[in-house]
Design a protein. Structure first.
Length: 343
């Protein structure tokens, strides 16, 4: 709850900056607006967090760890200037109930996405804990897949706070039609979207039962990116929308070891590279819409002379949503909020 409140406060701070460009009530030659309708969307995806530690100058075994959440659920609520997304990994979904082999994992994700004319503002919080070693067989001879338990790190917890600010360079292109679902792109179009991202990540690594030590790493990452999105409209209701992103940045790391005999601390600066891409295919009507998406996100950086860390996220998703007219009391409440915030 504390993190949700902080995100809401940040939302209100950003509103006055871009508020004069927020309203997009009128249809245009390229875009249909659903500004006065509430949008509800649910999707299931295969998003996973995977980290690979790879030695660059030796034949040592790679260490590949992953959280044990095969499927995740996300719910979205969009109306006027507010878009809220909440994600979690329920135990009843297939692949989320094999704790005996891979250990317990937890996942939570909260995202606010705001569109101010051509500007995009995203605020994000996530937390994942509980990992297992995917390549356990490389470290334990005789280990049998799907029979023996994987080696597990229940003490790894990663919490992330951050955001992204971007700008859609083509005013005839609607990114809202893909992510906000409060508009529909009538004509095929694309746009370059430059952006900056800023994230603070807290890694809690509790290994005393295995290595005799605990550690904490705090990382602040600042990066810039250039993306290209394209939406191809087919027969007025279907669309295919690929995108690609190249990103580079810098990480400022503070690492603290807590051993029984002494404590040590280290500070490092790393340069990062990331590539992202994906495609979304869907169907849209003024009320009902559905579709699927595939995404890949790979980040890597060299953490020492001989070691490279890679964080990969590869996932597919299916979604369905519905738009309906907002009840009068909700519309009136948002009218008052917009007037008060000068939107």
């Amino acid at each position: 709850m504390k993190n949700t409140i902080l995100l809401l406060i940040a939302v209100l701070v950003f509103f006055p900056i871009f508020g004069q460009d927020l309203k997009s009530k009128q249809d245009s030659a390229s875009v249909i607006s659903y500004y006065d309708r509430i949008m509800l969307k649910a999707n299931i995806d295969t998003r996973t967090d995977s980290y690979l530690s790879k030695s660059l100058n030796s034949n040592d075994d790679e260490l590949n760890i992953r959280n044990n959440n095969a499927l995740k659920m996300f719910f979205n609520l969009n109306y006027r200037f507010l878009s809220v997304s909440f994600g979690f990994a329920p135990e009843f979904l297939p692949g989320n109930n094999d704790d005996q082999l891979k250990g317990e994992s937890s996942f939570s994700d909260i995202k606010f996405r705001l569109f101010f004319g051509n500007w995009i503002q995203e605020l994000h919080y996530s937390k994942v804990s509980g990992f297992y070693v995917v390549n356990t067989g490389d470290f334990f001879s005789g280990w049998q897949k799907d029979i023996d338990p994987y080696f597990q790190f229940p003490g790894i917890s990663i919490t992330s706070w951050g955001g992204t600010t971007g700008y859609v360079m083509n005013p005839k292109y609607s990114l809202k039609s893909l992510y906000f679902k409060t508009e529909w792109q009538k004509k095929s179009s694309g746009s370059f979207i430059p952006s900056i991202s800023y994230y603070y990540d807290h890694y809690s690594l509790r290994f005393k039962e295995y290595l005799g030590s605990d550690s904490i790493e705090n990382i602040f990452t600042l990066s810039s990116a250039i993306s290209y999105y394209y939406t191809m409209v087919i027969h007025n209701k279907w669309y295919v929308a690929p995108y690609a992103t190249a990103k580079s940045g810098v990480k400022f790391s503070n690492f603290k070891y807590n051993r029984s005999d002494n404590d040590t601390a280290e500070s490092h600066t790393y340069f990062t590279i990331a590539l992202e891409g994906g495609i979304q295919i869907g169907y849209n009507t003024p009320r009902l819409f559905f579709g699927s998406a595939f995404n890949i996100n790979s980040n890597w950086y060299t953490s020492s002379e001989n070691n490279r860390l890679i964080n990969d996220k590869i996932y597919g998703a299916v979604y369905v949503g519905y738009r309906f007219n907002a009840p009068k009391f909700i519309a009136n409440t948002f009218d008052k909020a917009e007037d008060k915030l000068k939107l």
